[in-house]
Design a protein around this ligand. Structure first.
Ligand code: HEM
Ligand code: HEM
Length: 176
Protein backbone atom coordinates (compact mmCIF):
# COMPACT_ATOMS: atom_id res chain seq x y z
CA UNK A 1 0.00 0.00 0.00
CA UNK A 2 1.36 3.44 -0.94
CA UNK A 3 0.56 4.74 2.55
CA UNK A 4 3.18 2.39 4.06
CA UNK A 5 6.92 3.02 4.08
CA UNK A 6 9.05 0.51 2.18
CA UNK A 7 12.85 0.11 2.01
CA UNK A 8 12.70 1.93 -1.37
CA UNK A 9 10.49 4.93 -0.55
CA UNK A 10 8.64 6.71 2.23
CA UNK A 11 4.86 6.18 2.23
CA UNK A 12 2.06 8.73 2.01
CA UNK A 13 1.63 9.40 5.72
CA UNK A 14 5.38 9.87 6.32
CA UNK A 15 5.50 12.28 3.37
CA UNK A 16 2.45 14.16 4.58
CA UNK A 17 4.11 14.62 7.99
CA UNK A 18 7.47 15.56 6.44
CA UNK A 19 6.16 18.19 4.02
CA UNK A 20 3.40 19.68 6.16
CA UNK A 21 5.89 20.09 9.00
CA UNK A 22 8.47 21.57 6.61
CA UNK A 23 5.97 24.28 5.64
CA UNK A 24 4.94 24.96 9.25
CA UNK A 25 8.58 25.06 10.39
CA UNK A 26 9.30 27.53 7.59
CA UNK A 27 6.53 29.75 8.99
CA UNK A 28 7.85 29.25 12.54
CA UNK A 29 11.32 30.45 11.58
CA UNK A 30 9.88 33.46 9.75
CA UNK A 31 8.24 34.40 13.04
CA UNK A 32 11.53 33.85 14.95
CA UNK A 33 13.45 35.98 12.42
CA UNK A 34 10.77 38.68 12.59
CA UNK A 35 11.08 38.74 16.39
CA UNK A 36 14.87 38.69 16.35
CA UNK A 37 15.57 41.29 13.70
CA UNK A 38 12.44 43.27 12.90
CA UNK A 39 10.96 44.36 16.21
CA UNK A 40 7.86 46.58 15.97
CA UNK A 41 7.59 46.11 12.20
CA UNK A 42 4.62 44.94 10.12
CA UNK A 43 6.66 41.74 9.48
CA UNK A 44 6.77 41.00 13.22
CA UNK A 45 3.12 41.99 13.70
CA UNK A 46 2.13 39.47 11.01
CA UNK A 47 4.25 36.48 12.06
CA UNK A 48 5.13 36.71 15.76
CA UNK A 49 1.59 36.25 17.24
CA UNK A 50 1.49 32.70 15.81
CA UNK A 51 4.84 31.65 17.34
CA UNK A 52 3.57 30.05 20.56
CA UNK A 53 0.43 28.32 19.22
CA UNK A 54 2.22 27.04 16.12
CA UNK A 55 5.12 25.86 18.31
CA UNK A 56 2.59 23.85 20.29
CA UNK A 57 1.16 22.27 17.12
CA UNK A 58 4.71 21.40 16.03
CA UNK A 59 5.58 19.57 19.25
CA UNK A 60 2.36 17.54 18.95
CA UNK A 61 3.23 16.70 15.33
CA UNK A 62 6.80 15.74 16.18
CA UNK A 63 5.66 13.35 18.91
CA UNK A 64 3.26 11.77 16.41
CA UNK A 65 6.08 11.61 13.87
CA UNK A 66 8.48 9.97 16.35
CA UNK A 67 5.89 7.31 17.22
CA UNK A 68 5.23 6.73 13.50
CA UNK A 69 8.97 6.51 12.77
CA UNK A 70 9.46 3.99 15.60
CA UNK A 71 6.63 1.84 14.25
CA UNK A 72 8.05 1.89 10.70
CA UNK A 73 11.75 1.74 11.52
CA UNK A 74 12.31 -1.67 9.94
CA UNK A 75 10.46 -0.70 6.73
CA UNK A 76 12.16 2.58 5.87
CA UNK A 77 14.77 3.40 3.24
CA UNK A 78 18.16 2.90 4.91
CA UNK A 79 20.18 6.07 5.62
CA UNK A 80 22.81 6.66 2.92
CA UNK A 81 25.56 6.84 5.56
CA UNK A 82 26.18 7.28 9.28
CA UNK A 83 26.22 11.07 9.01
CA UNK A 84 22.77 11.08 7.40
CA UNK A 85 21.46 8.82 10.16
CA UNK A 86 22.92 11.04 12.89
CA UNK A 87 21.65 14.14 11.07
CA UNK A 88 18.07 12.85 11.00
CA UNK A 89 18.32 11.84 14.68
CA UNK A 90 19.65 15.31 15.51
CA UNK A 91 16.77 16.94 13.64
CA UNK A 92 14.27 14.87 15.60
CA UNK A 93 15.99 15.63 18.93
CA UNK A 94 15.94 19.39 18.30
CA UNK A 95 12.42 19.36 16.85
CA UNK A 96 11.35 18.03 20.23
CA UNK A 97 13.75 19.86 22.56
CA UNK A 98 13.28 23.39 21.14
CA UNK A 99 9.50 23.67 21.75
CA UNK A 100 9.72 21.54 24.94
CA UNK A 101 12.19 24.03 26.48
CA UNK A 102 9.87 26.90 25.56
CA UNK A 103 6.89 25.16 27.17
CA UNK A 104 8.96 24.46 30.28
CA UNK A 105 9.88 28.14 30.48
CA UNK A 106 6.25 29.10 29.91
CA UNK A 107 5.17 26.85 32.80
CA UNK A 108 7.97 28.12 35.06
CA UNK A 109 7.01 31.74 34.39
CA UNK A 110 3.77 31.19 36.33
CA UNK A 111 1.87 32.96 33.57
CA UNK A 112 -1.22 31.58 31.84
CA UNK A 113 -0.85 29.86 28.47
CA UNK A 114 -4.10 29.61 26.53
CA UNK A 115 -3.41 28.71 22.89
CA UNK A 116 -6.55 28.58 20.72
CA UNK A 117 -8.57 29.56 23.80
CA UNK A 118 -7.69 26.28 25.55
CA UNK A 119 -6.30 26.71 29.05
CA UNK A 120 -3.17 24.55 28.94
CA UNK A 121 -1.51 26.40 31.83
CA UNK A 122 -3.78 28.28 34.19
CA UNK A 123 -0.99 30.51 35.53
CA UNK A 124 -1.01 32.24 38.89
CA UNK A 125 1.61 29.92 40.37
CA UNK A 126 5.01 30.97 41.70
CA UNK A 127 7.83 31.58 39.28
CA UNK A 128 10.13 28.56 39.01
CA UNK A 129 13.51 30.10 38.42
CA UNK A 130 15.40 27.11 36.96
CA UNK A 131 12.73 26.43 34.33
CA UNK A 132 12.74 30.03 33.16
CA UNK A 133 16.56 30.18 33.14
CA UNK A 134 16.96 26.90 31.25
CA UNK A 135 14.39 27.87 28.64
CA UNK A 136 15.84 31.34 28.20
CA UNK A 137 19.37 29.95 27.93
CA UNK A 138 18.60 27.28 25.35
CA UNK A 139 15.31 27.77 23.47
CA UNK A 140 16.42 30.48 21.04
CA UNK A 141 20.01 29.21 20.73
CA UNK A 142 19.02 25.63 19.95
CA UNK A 143 16.34 27.02 17.64
CA UNK A 144 19.06 28.63 15.50
CA UNK A 145 21.09 25.39 15.58
CA UNK A 146 17.98 23.61 14.28
CA UNK A 147 17.67 26.15 11.47
CA UNK A 148 21.32 25.58 10.50
CA UNK A 149 20.77 21.81 10.49
CA UNK A 150 17.69 22.18 8.29
CA UNK A 151 19.68 24.27 5.80
CA UNK A 152 22.36 21.55 5.83
CA UNK A 153 19.71 18.85 5.39
CA UNK A 154 18.21 20.56 2.34
CA UNK A 155 21.68 21.14 0.93
CA UNK A 156 22.63 17.48 1.34
CA UNK A 157 19.39 16.30 -0.32
CA UNK A 158 20.38 18.24 -3.45
CA UNK A 159 24.08 17.35 -3.20
CA UNK A 160 23.26 13.64 -3.18
CA UNK A 161 21.19 14.27 -6.29
CA UNK A 162 23.94 16.07 -8.17
CA UNK A 163 27.07 14.10 -7.31
CA UNK A 164 27.96 11.10 -9.39
CA UNK A 165 28.03 7.78 -7.55
CA UNK A 166 25.68 9.00 -4.81
CA UNK A 167 22.19 7.75 -4.10
CA UNK A 168 19.53 10.24 -5.28
CA UNK A 169 17.39 10.39 -2.13
CA UNK A 170 14.81 12.97 -3.24
CA UNK A 171 12.46 10.44 -4.92
CA UNK A 172 12.25 8.59 -1.59
CA UNK A 173 10.41 11.58 -0.12
CA UNK A 174 9.07 13.43 -3.20
CA UNK A 175 7.50 12.09 -6.39
CA UNK A 176 7.87 8.54 -7.78
C1 HEM B 1 9.53 23.96 16.79
C2 HEM B 1 9.08 24.97 17.50
C3 HEM B 1 9.83 26.24 17.76
C4 HEM B 1 10.91 26.79 17.11
C5 HEM B 1 11.69 26.23 15.91
C6 HEM B 1 11.22 28.05 17.80
C7 HEM B 1 12.28 28.86 17.46
C8 HEM B 1 12.62 30.03 18.13
C9 HEM B 1 13.78 30.83 17.86
C10 HEM B 1 14.85 30.53 16.81
C11 HEM B 1 13.75 31.89 18.70
C12 HEM B 1 14.79 33.01 18.83
C13 HEM B 1 14.24 34.32 18.33
C14 HEM B 1 15.02 35.47 18.89
O1 HEM B 1 16.21 35.29 19.21
O2 HEM B 1 14.43 36.56 19.00
C15 HEM B 1 12.56 31.78 19.51
C16 HEM B 1 12.15 32.68 20.49
C17 HEM B 1 11.07 32.52 21.30
N1 HEM B 1 10.20 31.46 21.31
FE1 HEM B 1 10.25 29.86 20.06
N2 HEM B 1 10.32 28.23 18.81
C18 HEM B 1 9.46 27.15 18.83
C19 HEM B 1 8.43 26.94 19.73
C20 HEM B 1 8.06 27.82 20.74
C21 HEM B 1 7.00 27.58 21.71
C22 HEM B 1 6.15 26.30 21.80
C23 HEM B 1 6.95 28.68 22.51
C24 HEM B 1 6.07 28.99 23.70
C25 HEM B 1 5.19 28.24 24.25
C26 HEM B 1 7.97 29.61 22.06
C27 HEM B 1 8.21 30.85 22.62
C28 HEM B 1 9.25 31.70 22.28
C29 HEM B 1 9.51 32.99 22.92
C30 HEM B 1 8.69 33.61 24.07
C31 HEM B 1 10.67 33.50 22.30
C32 HEM B 1 11.36 34.84 22.62
C33 HEM B 1 12.31 34.67 23.74
C34 HEM B 1 13.54 33.86 23.37
O3 HEM B 1 14.30 34.26 22.46
O4 HEM B 1 13.73 32.77 23.94
N3 HEM B 1 8.63 29.04 20.99
N4 HEM B 1 11.90 30.62 19.15
C1 HEM C 1 11.75 21.99 8.13
C2 HEM C 1 12.36 21.32 7.32
C3 HEM C 1 12.71 19.86 7.34
C4 HEM C 1 12.88 18.96 8.36
C5 HEM C 1 12.77 19.23 9.86
C6 HEM C 1 13.19 17.67 7.77
C7 HEM C 1 13.44 16.50 8.47
C8 HEM C 1 13.66 15.25 7.91
C9 HEM C 1 13.80 13.99 8.62
C10 HEM C 1 13.77 13.85 10.15
C11 HEM C 1 13.96 13.02 7.70
C12 HEM C 1 14.12 11.51 7.99
C13 HEM C 1 12.87 10.80 7.56
C14 HEM C 1 11.70 11.09 8.48
O1 HEM C 1 11.72 10.60 9.59
O2 HEM C 1 10.77 11.81 8.06
C15 HEM C 1 13.94 13.63 6.40
C16 HEM C 1 14.10 12.98 5.20
C17 HEM C 1 14.25 13.60 3.98
N1 HEM C 1 14.11 14.96 3.72
FE1 HEM C 1 13.66 16.38 5.05
N2 HEM C 1 13.21 17.83 6.40
C18 HEM C 1 12.91 19.15 6.11
C19 HEM C 1 12.83 19.72 4.85
C20 HEM C 1 13.23 19.12 3.69
C21 HEM C 1 13.30 19.75 2.38
C22 HEM C 1 12.94 21.22 2.10
C23 HEM C 1 13.75 18.82 1.52
C24 HEM C 1 13.99 19.02 0.04
C25 HEM C 1 15.09 19.18 -0.47
C26 HEM C 1 13.93 17.58 2.25
C27 HEM C 1 14.34 16.39 1.72
C28 HEM C 1 14.35 15.17 2.38
C29 HEM C 1 14.67 13.89 1.74
C30 HEM C 1 15.03 13.68 0.29
C31 HEM C 1 14.60 12.92 2.75
C32 HEM C 1 14.89 11.40 2.61
C33 HEM C 1 16.34 11.22 2.95
C34 HEM C 1 16.80 9.79 2.97
O3 HEM C 1 15.98 8.87 2.87
O4 HEM C 1 18.02 9.59 3.09
N3 HEM C 1 13.61 17.79 3.57
N4 HEM C 1 13.75 15.00 6.55
Amino acid sequence: MASQDTPQRYGTFTRLLHWSMAVLIGWQFLSAIAHYGFEDSAFEALFWPSHKPLGLILIVLVVLRLLWAAKNLANRPPAVNLLAKLGHLGLYALLFAVPALALLRQYGSGRAFEPFGITLMAGGGDKIEWMVDLGSLLHGELGWVLLAMIVGHIGMAFLHRKQAGQINVLPRMWGQ
